[in-house]
Write a protein that binds this ligand. Sequence first.
Ligand code: PGA
Length: 252
Amino acid sequence: MRRKLVVGNWKMHGSLGRNRELLEAIKPALQGLEGRVEVAVCPSYLHLADTIAALAGSHVGIGAQDLFGLGEGAMTGEVSASMLADAGVGFVIVGHSERRGRLGETDARAADKFAAAREAGLVPILCVGETRSERNAGETETVVLRQLDAVIDNQGIAAMDKAVLAYEPVWAIGSGDPATPQQAQAVHALLRERLKQRGGDIADGIRILHGGSVNAANAGELFAQPDIDGGLVGGASLKAREFITICASAGS
Ligand code: PGA
């Protein structure tokens, strides 16, 4: 039985004051869900330390939104996996479509980041997903399997153990146009099947989150699908009430 996981991706939003308000609003309610659903939030690098302090003593995990994938040292402006682990971060998002699409992050770069995260003891959340034009061209399977295979080819299937996968159709992110539960389930099942084909005993245990316009109204039906193990939530994770409802529907 896979325990559901809901991760709030705050993206480039927030301020020290607004984050504290949000955390104060969600912390008690999430405390009540302890043991039923795992929850984590991913603030910007700049806000990690303050978020870690604000969540001290709670079961809510902390994730970073990115990391540098090629070691550490002289690399101006970057943050290494070991720095994140040392600061108390547990998860890190890898290969988010905003980085792939707008910052030119390749499959190979995502594989490097995945490896660096694991080496430092972080749990990578590997994002895969097709654009609208790829879906319209019938390329959804090819794209998401290529993105997954790039990491397995580089790291081996055993590296997926303890990692988290997130299927986020790019066209659904921030658009208010989520995948239907059936569309989402079909791709989640395909990804799990690929993990099995690649020899993974871990395929049944790995959590595959869903992302892209997940909100309080649609989370329940999405999370009820057999291969959807929770959500990677952007916009709705910035609204206390919405995020609490989404987490509660994962824990019901
Ligand atoms: P959204 O973003 O929930 O705002 O669509 C999800 C994500 O990009 O992780």
